[in-house]
Design a protein around this ligand. Sequence first.
Ligand code: EZ4
Ligand code: CO
Length: 435
Amino acid sequence: MANVQGSARSWSNTQRVALVEELVGKAGIGVQDRIVAAEVLVTSPGRNYVTLKITTAEGLTGWGDATLNGRELAVAAYLRDHVCPLLIGRDPARIEDTWQYLYRGVYWRRGPVTMTSVGAVDLALWDIKGKSAGQPVYQLLGGAVRDRILSYTHATGWDVPALLDSIDAARERGFQAIRAQSGVPGLDTVYGVSRASAAYEPAGRGTAPTEEVWDTDAYLRHAPVALAAAREHVGPEVALLHDAHHRLNPNQAARLGKALEPLDLFWLEDVTPAENQEVLRHVRRHTTVPLAIGEVFTTIWEFQQLITEQLIDFVRAAVTHAGGISHLRRIAALAEVWQIRLGPHGPSDVSPVALAASVHVGLATPNFAIQEYMGYPDAAHEVFHHAWSYADGHLHPGDEPGLGVHVDEAVAVRFPYEPAYLPVARRRDGSMTDW
Ligand code: EZ4
Ligand code: CO
């Protein structure tokens, strides 16, 4: 640089860049970091998880969750074959630009496989940004707006007495918000509800989904009875939730909503598939039961009508499947305008990495309401070491820099992928259900 002479005006661009680099070097400011590796880890500690690991030249590691229940390997391949190679050499600090690049640059927008992949990259880059700043992610989102995150867990029982026992067990663990699901008389199987145990697990291991017989009329006769027993059992103050798992048509949904109104539910979830969102107008006209929808939706555009027509009360988007922290915050901001709140999806198929991200968002987002928290198989805690914690019905992300999750790769490789699928349902006549 000693040969740089004369006024700045006469310098070439190369000379300017060289001078800036020299000054930056002297000031001890590191040149911008680069992504040097992006790897996909598939592991199955009790259930399948897909995890993205991004490493930078400065030696920072970011973790993202890319788990899509029942289609795990499609996301793993999408990341490995089409996304990881594009990340090498990029500046990890450019989270928003990378999001736009992966969403708009791909031409094929939206869809769960793309959006889960984009979400995994977004989570990993926020993790790196937090580690580079020495701050937990919630601080970078503007800091805490609440002290802790209200969470709800699942209670399931094949019959009403078993459901009430399961509710008692959840309350003993401190939960003040509980989702209640039960078996249905006359049906041999009900989505997620086991005859044998109180564990809620819709996905089954095996090379094909199990086929279940479903009868919506039988469900509609029984659900209000089981939920009334639950309300009677817990009294007025415990928040009760229920998930209809997309199995109703609009009029059935309206009828169920009306029947459940006296029970003062916190929410009734996924009453219709909501692929056609106009049908929710009919449900809204007939019931004031709070509606939660959207665990299978992946973008702000899929929520646009639901939010702007005030067809729902709670957005169920998951931080992974809806494009990461960056995109979930946008959905939350849109929802805030219509006084709609976030209640993110958090089953055990959303990994502890994504749960961490969801809880960071929750701590820093004003219109966050509640976080689903099912817990994890013991083996998952051996693979995913996390700073987030649960106590007294609430979650907190902890104060480690970044997302606060470390993945033990040596333990992860001990649990190879095993095929597992969510069940499919048929009516009594053998035809596939139409929801
Ligand atoms: O069916 O996580 O609200 N929670 C749910 C979950 C979902 C599964 C799908 O992967 O509906 O149990
Ligand atoms: Co659900």
